[in-house]
Unconditional design. Structure first.
Length: 647
């Protein structure tokens, strides 16, 4: 970008003026692993060590108890229109390539807010009282209800059940409510009515605490009915809705005990995404190399791309037929504790999550391997097409191919199937090869072209070897980071619409804990050097409290740092001259040295803040937005401002 363009972009006080572009340093040595000499990284599988079993809780009040009812009117066609439009767009993508989650529900406003003291309380014995709230949405095959407690109160417990059940599906205590970061989503409740029971100790200080139900998720039938919603003919569970050419996992694993073992790692994920629509995808429990029993879940970025979506997850485990040819399911378990988004890549379409509760007994942390897969290698996949019971595919790797569209910009593993296909809901499903005495996960489904009428058309999976360098702290926790690298983690403050970047463990822990309120991980991250290395420049970090909230500014150009402080001395303070170290791009060509990747800096015209990302799809979304202005080096259209390490 020219100095003149920089001046225009920097009309706001909090924008730094990049009028001095110093010469780029000499190229850093390539940091790409040598697959011929470096051993691949892999983890063995292991059974989950489940938490001590908890007795299922019963609802305190009978169905005949006094109740506060909230009954919505029947949903209009306009309410379901967004759901239908999403699924039509997903099917109409170029060449039919699926790369979007399947929508299975739409939001409905409830807008209830009631003081706890005003609920219809009844004595429930043992020194407690209880009140019953019912929320209904006609014609729903299932519901999820958003609950907001204005303050977590010791001695207050929430339970959720179906209208006709005396057994609670979920119980939320004060600690769980406090961790919900505002909105608590109930589990999937079969039928058109969800019951919320509020229990309070007699000495609980209810004061001015309110319970709000801002909205609910009205879940409908899976399958073709979603494209043009008609009368619901199937349960929201999706059972029986997958295409006929899909193969039950129980049948595919006959004579293959390793595949039967791998199947215990796969879950159906139901979650609430941007815009309030509810979706279904697939995910896989994966182990770490230190065998810590941490429940990490691998899925697709186009499924879980925000902390809010991760926290809303209801996961269904062991959701499969009881035996090959059986009509019913084996006992399955729904977890409703949600998950924490640890890292993701939109370019390469992967997300790594950590479940916020322990998976049930019988589940398994899958083995994995992080290296490219040779063409011709036999592979398997496990997934939940259309939210149906677990299905299995067998096929072959046919290449590593680049995909560039509005969702991704990376290299993916291309496969073709000998049996089975993928559908909406399969997104995030695993790709695995044989090895280590069983199957090893190698990636997760982005999308594809396979159909029952064209089963040989290819599908595409993310690659674990491109993901691992950015999430080593989780998947290889006992190993020192290579080349003294650190991870720059991005956070976002929704109210201020500000982004913050840090490599400091104490700052990351503070923001993750919520002690500094309002911040959440975006999941995006890139690698930097933690200490000085040849060819890398120190990155200064400046702080400003001027304008709309606090702002931070980063630059790998010592000249730009000095000039910003000189020109805007009243607005900016130097927090550190070396937050981390990275190479600079060539100032003329904008090219980064070999073994590094561009990082882009954008200035927000409305908030006066900056955002830094190595994600090309994210950068392009800002590049085509009138709100954001690119700042950096070279002729464009992208203007790199620094260069991330490739580990």
């Amino acid at each position: 970008m020219t100095p003149e363009a920089m001046r225009t972009a920097c009309a706001f006080l909090s924008c730094a003026w990049v009028a001095v572009l110093g010469a780029a340093p000499a190229a850093a040595a390539p940091l790409i692993p040598n697959l011929a000499t470096d051993p691949p990284v892999a983890a063995a599988g292991a059974d989950v060590l489940p938490a001590p079993p908890q007795g299922a809780e019963r609802m305190r009040l009978p169905t005949s108890a006094h109740v506060r009812r909230v009954a919505l009117a029947s949903p209009s066609s306009a309410e379901s229109a967004a759901l239908a439009a999403h699924n039509r767009r997903a099917l109409a993508r170029p060449q039919g390539l699926r790369g979007q989650p399947l929508a299975i529900g739409f939001p409905r406003p409830v807008d209830l807010s009631i003081a706890l003291r005003d609920l219809p309380w009844s004595p429930a014995g043992d020194g407690v009282r209880a009140a019953r709230l019912e929320v209904s949405s006609p014609a729903a095959r299932a519901l999820r209800v958003a609950l907001v407690l204005s303050a977590p109160v010791e001695g207050v417990t929430l339970r959720v059940a179906a209208r006709t059940s005396a057994q609670a599906l979920a119980t939320f205590d004060a600690a769980t409510i406090a961790r919900s970061a505002g909105t608590l989503w109930t589990p999937v409740v079969e039928g058109d009515t969800a019951v919320v029971e509020i229990e309070a100790r007699s000495d609980a200080e209810l004061g001015h605490v309110t319970l709000s139900v801002p909205r609910l998720a009205h879940l409908v039938v899976d399958g073709a009915g979603l494209v043009a919603p008609l009368a619901a003919v199937q349960r929201a569970s999706g059972i029986g809705s997958a295409a006929a050419c899909n193969v039950d996992a129980a049948c595919a694993s006959s004579g293959d005990p390793a595949l039967e073992t791998l199947a215990r790692s796969v879950a159906k994920l139901v979650f609430v995404g941007e815009g309030g629509l509810s979706y279904v995808c697939s995910g896989t429990l994966i182990n770490d190399t230190a065998a810590t029993n941490t429940p990490y879940v691998l899925t697709a970025d186009h499924c879980i791309d925000s902390m809010a979506a991760a926290r809303s997850i209801a996961s269904f485990w062991l959701f499969a037929t009881a035996a090959c040819g059986a009509q019913g399911t084996q006992p399955y378990v729904q977890l409703i504790g949600g998950a924490t988004l640890l890292g993701r890549s939109q370019d390469d379409d992967w997300s790594l999550l950590r479940l916020d509760e322990t998976p049930p007994a019988g589940t398994r942390l899958a083995a994995w391997r992080a290296e490219p897969i040779a063409i011709g290698t036999p592979i398997v996949s496990l997934h939940h097409p259309r939210g149906d019971l677990l299905k299995a595919n067998r096929g072959t790797v046919t290449g590593i191919v680049p995909l560039v569209d509005e969702l991704v910009d990376g290299d993916f593993t291309q496969v073709t199937w000998a049996s089975g296909i993928t559908e909406g809901g399969s997104s995030g499903g695993l790709l695995a090869t044989t090895g280590g005495g069983g199957y090893e996960v190698r990636g997760a489904l982005y999308g594809g072209l396979s159909t029952c009428s064209r089963p040989a058309d290819p599908d595409y999976f993310s690659r674990l070897e491109t993901m691992l360098p950015l999430v080593r702290e989780y998947l290889t926790p006992a190993a020192a980071p290579p080349d003294d690298t650190a991870v720059a983690v991005e956070f976002h403050h929704a109210l201020l619409d500000r982004y913050f970047l840090t490599t400091a463990p104490a700052e990351i822990a503070n923001l993750d804990s919520g002690r500094t309120a309002g911040w959440a991980r975006t999941g995006l991250r890139f690698l930097v050097h933690a200490n000085p290395v040849p060819g890398a420049s120190p990155v200064c970090r400046l702080y400003s409290a001027a304008g709309n909230g606090v702002a931070h500014f980063y630059s790998a150009s010592p000249a730009e740092c000095a000039q910003t402080l000189a020109v805007f001395a009243a607005a900016w303070l130097l927090e550190t001259p070396a937050a981390f170290y990275v190479p600079l791009p060539d100032p003329v060509s904008g090219l980064c040295p070999a073994g590094t990747a561009p990082v882009y800096r954008y200035f927000n015209r409305l908030t006066g803040g900056h955002r830094y990302t190595a994600d090309r799809v994210t950068a392009d979304a800002m590049r085509f937005s009138p709100t954001w202005v690119a700042e950096g080096y070279g002729p464009g259209p992208r203007y790199p401002v620094m260069c991330a390490v490739q580990g």
